[in-house]
Design a protein around this ligand. Structure first.
Ligand code: MG
Ligand code: ZN
Length: 402
């Protein structure tokens, strides 16, 4: 008897769920008098949203250099903030089933938890990549006890490589900050700006001019940067005109606009400019590029924002892979610090480039995130490992010791 009641209740629930989704789902409507298996039962209160890309772009087949075991001269490390597997597949669907990232020949998965939390923030996540240490949420280039830890970018600079960073957030925001600064809290953006002067980083491009112009004690670090030999410029046209030397490029007072607000190809132009300058160093270079706002789309529970930002990031990935393929001595590693939004994909149509999704949180989630690699030594990034192992692998590939 109990089993019949259960089946009856399940039938009622399924038929309600189907009715609720009929308007938005493009799956064929189920016959009303025949309860079919539903792969997804909609919990109450979940918001399903459709999103799509305005235009799909072409994805080229990019072949990695033949010799994967060759020597690595340059590392380009790309971080899609908040870019989990669902963000990537949503973007891939919106681009009609293809992305440049698919050219990566090796994939892995990383565990992203922080030293003090199951779910990491971007500061602890980036510090794990930059310093090889699990730390507490909010920590910038310091360990779990708050002690500064030298970053891979600082070590690369000391070893004579050229170094650079590009981001679509302020350059003092948690992710890029963790590669160059040592502060107890990500909120200390004026102190983080001051830490840029403690290194010899060659190129940095992003928002956050205000934190340099009015740093700690209202000190104007733009003057200090000029005195240190930087070309300090504050618009994309002047940034892309720089072809050598040291460059501090500011694209916004604080944060850059979203793609939907007209950011255009700022990330692509900035990355190209950085590579063109850095590749002139005969010892090689280390460049970190961040698609910062994929995360912000997740926090906003806005799938269109997520997709627009992920596609912008993927276009840059395509250009970076083309450089690495041609160069033959470059390793490209692409990953995320964590997933944002608990994004799930509930419907879609690849040929129409449409995807239906829902979020389960306004924050980050704990799930492992993918790692993609391309070029020389790319095979070292397969498997399941800690986020700190990204640092260990890059350090060993460059022949550096802690
Ligand atoms: Mg970030
Ligand atoms: Zn976030």
């Amino acid at each position: 008897m109990r089993i019949f009641i259960f089946i009856f209740i399940s039938f009622l629930f399924l038929s309600t769920a189907c009715k609720n989704t009929e308007k938005t789902s493009n799956q064929p409507a189920e016959k009303p008098n025949k309860p079919a298996f539903s792969p997804y039962i909609q919990p109450s209160g979940i918001k399903r949203q459709w999103a799509q890309s305005a235009t799909a772009y072409d994805v080229k087949k990019i072949l990695p250099p033949a010799n994967v075991s060759g020597k690595v001269k340059n590392i380009i490390f790309l971080i899609g903030d908040g870019m989990g597997l669902t963000q990537i597949y949503a973007a891939m669907t919106a681009n009609k089933g293809k992305l440049n990232i698919e050219n990566c020949t090796y994939t892995g998965l990383i565990k992203t938890y922080a030293s003090d939390a199951y779910i990491t923030d971007s500061a602890a996540g980036a510090t794990a990549f930059a310093c090889g240490t699990k730390t507490y949420n909010g920590a910038i280039g310091v360990d779990a006890q708050g002690n500064p830890v030298k970053t891979i970018l600082e070590i690369a600079e000391e070893k004579g490589l050229a170094t650079g960073m590009v981001a679509t957030s302020s350059i003092t925001h948690a992710t890029p900050a963790s590669f160059i600064a040592h502060q107890k809290s990500r909120k200390m953006e004026e102190e983080i700006a001051a830490d840029f002067l403690n290194t010899d980083i060659d190129v940095f491009i992003g928002g956050g001019k205000q934190f340099f112009e009015h740093s700690v004690g209202d000190k104007n670090l733009l003057i200090d940067l000029k005195n240190k030999g930087y070309q300090v410029v504050d618009n994309l046209k002047d940034i892309t005109a720089v072809t050598k030397g040291k460059l501090a490029g500011f694209t916004a007072e604080v944060q850059n606009p979203k793609m939907s607000e007209g950011r255009g190809d700022m990330l692509s132009q900035s990355t190209k400019t950085a590579i063109n300058i850095l590749k002139q160093n005969p010892n090689g270079f280390f460049l970190m590029v961040e698609g910062s706002q994929i995360d912000w789309g997740g926090h906003d529970n806005n799938p269109q924002y997520v997709i627009d930002e992920a596609l912008d990031f993927d276009k840059v990935i395509g250009e970076v892979l083309e450089f690495a393929a041609k160069d033959g001595e470059t390793l490209v590693v692409i990953t995320a610090d964590h997933e944002t939004g608990g994004l799930t994909l509930l419907g879609g149509n690849i040929s129409e480039g449409k995807v239906e999704s829902a979020f389960s949180t306004g924050g980050h989630s704990a799930v492992m995130v993918p790692v993609y690699s391309f070029g020389v030594q790319a095979d070292k990034f397969t498997g399941i490992y800690e986020n700190t192992a990204i640092y260990d692998k890059m350090m060993s590939i460059l022949g550096f010791k802690k």
